[in-house]
Design a binder for this molecule. Structure first.
Ligand code: CJB
Length: 805
């Protein structure tokens, strides 16, 4: 990497500040100081960026394109500094200049261009691709408004717009010259050409300009700079666009205005479909343009390009590539289909039925008529070919069009060469149940790629005290090869390391406690256990199970303040989709319970509840290093993988979990003594559901502990709740408890009691924590990406990197 010394940095920074703002640097606001730092850094890394882009063209390296409707990158500044290896230089330089480094870092907005795990995974992958020499390009949407800003008013979630672009974004580069036109609507028909071929003709289409904004993705100290390309919808700048009406203008702008604020239900439909086609078409056109510059025959397209579809949202990439190959490049159907199948791969991220995208055929027909024609053809050919081989029943069951709807997962699976799940259990469930018909037809198409997280953001940057302890204890290799964190294991009986590990945790807990005191006016004891559940609010994730547990403890302590229970701070961070009424009721319940418990002198501060507002990547960076206990308590079989489980583990939290998603793999890595497991297993859930024998009311009536907890929802014990208490009570007792909370409650409670007992023994708790940290390196997204690269994308990073892997 280019050298940058502190003195030069200071000079460059001061000069740039004065040039830009025409005042002395120390007179600027932190936002201005951040903006200038952004510009200085940009000046530093752009050479690499240009060089990298040129090299890729010269060497004709295979490119991976990762299409995702969501990216959740978090603040970029510290990642850039770390990966460019100038973190200390810049921090020292700014401090020398009398500026506050941490404040400058906080001046950057945290772009919420994703809902949760799926978007965050995409961003971890971008960082890992660059860091493992995989030439990856992210393709997404530059939403003007990210996910809503959450406010609590009287304990209720209120959603406010989040205009993250109100200040200039120093990292992005607008590439207007690389814009493409995306065509919607109108009429399309096939017209015979002189050579007898059919070509589509269009009239009355509605054309939108897709303008790319590029953001560099810088690899960890390796000189690689990849690209994240986000498209923004604009009105085309031609003669005709002068005559566009203001309604049409609004229609264009709305395409990239808001991120759809839901990661499980896809209502709000037409706009969402427009967004999906907008991204697919813009991205594919850009790729085709790149490939044509290489001047290679089309058959070599899959050798140079791999396109990955992150969940079904960008599946329209497939018919869009077919459209271009057929209509614009004159390939035959067979040629286009072969190319396309070798190029595309697809990841499934959920088995929740409501999250399986289906689009009514009439919507696709009216919005993108030519794409509809191509999907019909894919459907017809699938049925024809598969009927011959497997009979009509299987052919129809796996067809993309059913009941006048396009099933996007079916389309993605039959048109790709690879389909993967995101944790071993999830992939097994896909193969055995959800997608078993496809497994019969395409036995070799399925594979597992367990998710990962980048330790650069989640340990190196979020937890500097732990990183320093690791450096001191096991050397610095773990920073390049997170699996080397395993070396920590041999310090399991080292009193000094254990003491230091406790100190690290305490430091991080104090930092979070300070935030809670300053921002929320709640005093929490850093010596209490910090028990953390941070994820989107959804019934299957079972935040309510934890609420039941808190109520239980509260009632016990109220009866007997001397009860032998550990002092705990329960931390929640969760947004509910605005239209998800039940999830919002649970938010209100948690806030009402917090009001009651936090202010009840009878329980001697033995419980505090901290529900952070507007949970985000930045807040996660503050909470995760402070966590003692990680709540991963979804109903087994429902959480595809989870990734907060991996981040919390890497920061030394112990996990209390059902055997769901990647919890299964965590459990196998740490062993049964260093995780607290409870509840039904996925197959037991399935058996119970299929038996129709579950009777929640019966449990409620016979079980005094559960009865007491649930009664507190309806008998005025929690004064802050109104109809929420009754509704939630009914969801469990009257509506038969869809996610089996009552069934799992005792097992959960016992596991929680075991946690209390274990926490009392500081030394053995810290030893367990150490094992969790040591084993977490295996969940590095770098390894996950290298598996995608070799098994799915067929790109070979440099041999040196592979050897390390
Ligand atoms: N996931 O965040 C989302 N949004 C969806 O629409 C579907 C799934 C999550 O993806 C994560 C990354 O694979 C998983 O870890 C998580 O279990 C899943 O819910």
């Amino acid at each position: 990497m280019k050298p940058m010394d502190v003195e030069t940095f200071k000079e460059v920074y001061k000069k740039r500040f004065e040039d830009v703002y025409a005042i002395q640097y120390h007179m600027g606001s932190t936002l201005e100081q951040f903006q200038v730092l952004g510009q200085v850094l940009r000046g530093y890394y752009t050479d690499y960026w240009i060089e990298n882009n040129q090299e890729k063209i010269d060497n004709q390296d295979k490119q991976v394109y990762y299409f995702s409707m969501e990216f959740l990158p978090g603040r970029q500044l510290k990642t850039y500094l770390l990966n460019l290896d100038v973190y200390d230089t810049v921090k020292t330089g700014l401090t020398d200049l009398g500026l506050d480094f941490d404040k400058i870092v906080e001046a950057e907005v945290d772009p919420a261009l994703g809902n949760g795990g799926l978007g965050r995974l995409a961003s971890c992958f971008m960082d890992s691709m660059a860091s493992t020499h995989v030439y990856g390009n992210g393709c997404g949407i530059r939403y003007q408004y990210g996910l809503f800003k959450q406010k609590f008013i009287d304990g209720y979630q209120i959603e406010l717009p989040e205009n993250w672009l109100r200040n200039p974004n120093p990292w992005e580069v607008r590439k207007e010259s690389k814009s493409v036109i995306v065509r919607f609507g109108g009429n399309v028909w096939l017209e015979e050409q002189k050579d007898g071929k059919l070509k589509p003709k269009y009239e009355h289409t509605f054309d939108v300009l897709a303008v790319p904004y590029d953001t560099p993705q810088i690899g960890y100290r390796n000189g690689v700079v990849n690209n994240l390309r986000l498209f923004s919808a604009e009105i085309p700048y031609d003669e005709e666009s002068k005559y566009i009406t203001s309604e049409q203008r609004q229609e264009v702008n709305s395409i990239t205005e808001v991120l759809y604020p839901d990661d499980s239900n896809y209502e709000g439909r037409l706009l969402r479909l427009k967004q999906e086609y907008f991204l697919s078409s813009a991205g594919i056109q850009t790729i085709v343009r790149y490939f044509k510059n290489l001047k290679l025959p089309w058959t070599r397209f899959p050798e140079k390009v791999a396109i990955h579809i992150n969940d079904t949202h960008p599946t329209l990439c497939i018919p869009e590539l077919m459209r271009i190959l057929l209509d614009e490049e004159d390939l035959t159907w067979e040629q286009a289909w072969n190319i396309s199948k070798k190029t595309f791969s697809y990841t499934n991220h959920t088995i929740l039925q409501e999250a399986m995208e289906r689009w009514p055929v009439y919507m696709i027909e009216s919005l993108i008529p030519r794409i509809a024609q191509i999907i019909y053809e894919i459907n017809a050919r699938h049925i024809r070919n598969k009927t011959e081989l497997y009979g009509s029943e299987l052919a129809y069951k796996t067809a993309p069009i059913q009941d006048d709807q396009v099933l996007m997962a079916n389309l993605a699976i039959i048109s790709s060469h690879s389909v993967n799940g995101v944790a071993k259990l999830h992939t097994e469930i896909l193969e055995r149940y959800t997608l078993s018909d496809f497994k019969t037809i395409y036995p070799f198409r399925f594979n597992n790629k367990t998710n990962g997280v980048t330790h650069r953001r989640w340990v190196q940057l979020a937890n500097e005290p732990l990183s320093q302890l690791l450096d001191k204890t096991i050397g610095e290799e773990w920073r390049f090869q997170p699996k080397e964190m395993r070396l920590l294991r041999s310090y399991i009986d080292d009193e000094s390391v254990l003491d230091q590990l406790q100190q690290v945790k305490l430091t991080n807990k104090k930092r979070f406690a300070k935030f809670v005191s300053e921002q929320m006016n709640i005093e929490i004891d850093p010596h209490a256990m910090f028990d953390v559940q941070i994820k989107r609010l959804h019934a299957y994730k079972r935040q309510l199970l934890q609420v039941m547990h808190i109520i239980d403890r509260y009632l016990q302590l109220r009866d007997n303040p001397e009860a032998k229970l550990a002092k705990r701070v329960f931390v929640f961070g969760a947004k509910a989709a605005p239209s998800y009424y039940y999830a919002k009721q649970i938010i209100k319940l948690i806030n009402a319970l917090a009001d009651l418990v936090n202010n009840d002198p009878r329980i001697n501060d033995m419980i505090k509840i901290v529900f952070v507002e507007n949970y985000s990547v930045s807040l996660a960076e503050l909470i995760i290093p402070a966590a003692d206990l990680s709540e991963q308590i979804s109903l087994a079989g429902k959480e595809a993988s989870g990734t907060s489980n991996m981040k919390l583990m890497a920061n030394g939290a112990l996990t209390i979990a059902t055997l769901d998603g990647a919890n299964v793999e965590i459990s196998n890595l740490v062993g049964p003594d260093d995780i607290f497991l409870f509840g039904m297993k996925a197959d037991e859930v399935q058996v119970l559901r299929d038996s129709h024998a579950y009777n929640a009311r019966d449990i409620y009536e016979r079980d005094p502990q559960i009865q007491r907890i649930l009664n507190s929802l309806i008998d005025g014990t929690i004064p802050g709740i109104k109809s929420e208490g009754i509704d939630i009570f009914n969801s469990l007792v009257t509506d038969n408890d869809e996610y089996f909370l009552l069934k799992d409650y005792h097992s959960f409670y016992q596991a929680q009691m075991k946690v209390d007992i274990n926490y009392a023994n500081k030394k053995s708790w810290t030893q367990k924590s150490l094992i969790n940290i040591a084993q977490s390196g295996k969940f590095s997204a770098d390894y996950t990406i290298l598996r995608y690269a070799s098994d799915i994308w067929n790109v070979a990073p440099e041999t040196e990197v592979l050897q390390q892997f």
